[in-house]
Design a protein around this ligand. Sequence first.
Ligand code: ZN
Ligand code: ZN
Length: 123
Amino acid sequence: MKVYRATGLRYGTPAKQSLGRPVEFQYRMAWECGIDGCGSVFEDVESAVVHQATEHQRRECSVCGTVVPDGYLAIRHAFTEHSRAEYVRAYGASSEAVREREELLEEIESEADMQAIATELKR
Ligand SMILES: [Zn+2]
Ligand SMILES: [Zn+2]
């Protein structure tokens, strides 16, 4: 059984605190590509998603065989086109892995400009 390896995007590494203005310290999210230990870091989520779709090899969905961009878009495909049960069966995912990905999708959806991503990918 094929196990889903790509972790998609991880976040962390807050931007450096600007010196002398500790009160206005802003926690900025950076996005790290988690595909095969790639580790590229992006300031905005759109760049990270475009990176995953263009710099990494596309993968075949284990449920339906459609070839989709890796990372976030692969997860999005799996969770919008297929049921959780299908996903778990095809990828051997644990319920924790499913929850992690659902949270990731929500997080990215609330932050990403999907239109900008689509435009970028069409170029
Ligand atoms: Zn990458
Ligand atoms: Zn599929």
